[in-house]
Design a protein around this ligand. Structure first.
Ligand SMILES: *Cc1c(COP(=O)(O)O)cnc(C)c1O
Ligand code: SF4
Length: 423
């Protein structure tokens, strides 16, 4: 049985001793880890990262602090504090200031989409799109390892005002009964599969009641298949978890694991494939999504290999995201024009079975916007875009246009073409 062994910032010195990094480079990593949370585990470090390929190894880039994750001035400030062996207090103050400047809740997430029940805000839930309710279970707000680019990072650092989570299952049930338009509940985090099967069952079992006849699907957002496949194989409650999945399926609902896979290397270990097979055996569908990140997966060959391997394993490619405009933006940003090329090239390289995937998609304030491509229309070069999801359902699936801009990385960088934006 594999035992989960976590690594945190305290282990960085020892872990990076495997590399040829200079003392300055190692100090820079510690400086980043003082601001942005670092967490990894033995499986990721020993099975997913090829240490001979570091610093270019994609899973190393995905999970270990990178100097370019902080703006240069912030990095210099933290390095200086560490060099001077500043007090813990001084370090914390500086780290908090930098965190706040990194815009932790983009897209008006905290206020705009919070549902209300009898005049009370239900924090820990989001109801942005008519059909789908997002639920953030309190015990599921951490992960088996952290992705460097994660826009949920405020969930992991000790700032209560930055957190969004709940354990109010009754409120969830009451809200669902009042909102029969909701057909899908998406349990998310962090990673809900850090919870024990018992705790997860406390959230899921009530939803299986026939009272919730309008609830057609339950989704669980997770990276456990990638960062801790033993969750489904040898963890003490692995079987309980799989039996819970079976009960959801037996209730007549579609159960989807919205699995986060960033790179085909995550599928190389046999245990990852075995875990995926076990999940599929329960009748759950595994759908896969990930953002496009510079230095991790900004290569069409990586995406087509990923989508093909996932399809072989019976999983369904779902979304390729453009990373949101938060946190370490300079580190991960890939311009939309390049993202669109990467998506097109990768999509061309797979059979129709894997063309279930959509992207590149920006999850922005008005909705999920897909970049269909670049076109020359009436003598003007434009981005062709459409909403895959929108707060205003009227906007969904209607093409609109923006002036081509090779440097734009987000919706807010774009200027409308041929008339104003529809939102
Ligand atoms: C992406 C997302 C969903 C799910 O959208 P689908 O297109 O159904 O996958 C739901 N709520 C929010 C806030 C989202 O960002
Ligand atoms: S697994 Fe998801 S929630 Fe966890 S750190 Fe990665 S992106 Fe963030």
């Amino acid at each position: 049985m594999a035992r989960y062994r976590a690594y945190t910032a305290h282990h960085l010195e020892k872990l990076t001793a495997r590399t040829r990094f200079s003392a300055d480079e190692r100090l820079a990593m510690r400086a980043v880890a003082a601001v942005l949370p670092f967490r990894s585990n033995e499986y990721v470090v020993d099975e997913l990262i090829d240490w001979l390929a570091v610093p270019d190894d994609p899973i190393f880039r995905l999970t270990f602090p990178q100097p370019d994750m902080l703006p240069q001035a912030d990095l210099d400030r933290m390095v200086d504090l560490l060099r001077r062996e500043a007090s813990g207090n001084e370090l914390r103050t500086a780290a908090n200031e930098i965190r706040l400047s990194l815009s932790p809740h983009p897209g008006g997430q905290l206020d705009l989409n919070t549902p209300e029940l009898r005049g009370e805000h239900l924090s820990g839930m989001q109801h942005k799109y008519r059909e789908t309710l997002l639920f953030f279970p309190r015990q599921g707000q951490t992960c088996h390892a952290y992705c460097t680019y994660c826009f949920r990072w405020p969930q992991f650092v000790g700032e209560p005002s930055m957190k969004m989570a709940t354990d109010d299952v009754d409120a969830l049930c009451a809200y669902l009964l009042e909102h029969p338009e909701i057909t899908s509940v998406l349990i998310t985090g962090g990673d809900p599969l850090v919870m024990s099967a018992d705790v997860l069952a406390r959230y899921l079992e009530p939803l299986l009641d026939p009272r919730f006849e309008s609830l057609e699907s339950i989704r669980i957002g997770t990276k456990a298949l990638s960062y801790w496949p033993y969750r489904f194989l040898t963890d003490p409650d692995a079987d309980d978890l799989l039996r819970l999945f079976e009960r959801v399926v037996a209730s007549g609902r579609h159960l989807a694991l919205m699995a986060h896979f960033s790179h085909p290397n995550e599928l190389s270990p046999p245990v990852a494939r075995e875990a995926l097979r076990k999940v599929r055996e329960t009748g759950a569908v595994v759908r896969c999504q990930a953002p496009l990140i510079r230095g991790v997966n900004d290569d069409p060959a990586v995406w087509s290999a990923l989508w093909r391997q996932l399809t072989v394993l019976g999983a369904v490619p779902y979304y390729m995201f453009v990373e949101r405009d938060t946190g370490p933006k300079d580190y991960f940003a890939v311009p939309l024009a390049r993202a669109s090329e990467i998506f097109c090239d990768a999509y061309r390289g797979v059979s129709g079975l894997a063309r279930t995937v959509r992207g590149p998609i920006m999850s922005a304030t008005p909705g999920k916007v897909m970049v269909d491509g670049v076109a020359d229309v009436a003598g003007e070069r434009v981005f062709v875009l459409h909403f895959v999801q929108a707060r205003d359902p009227e906007l969904v699936n209607r093409p609109f246009f923006a002036k081509f801009d090779p440097a734009a990385t987000w919706l807010s960088d774009l200027e409308p073409a041929f008339g104003p934006f529809p939102f």
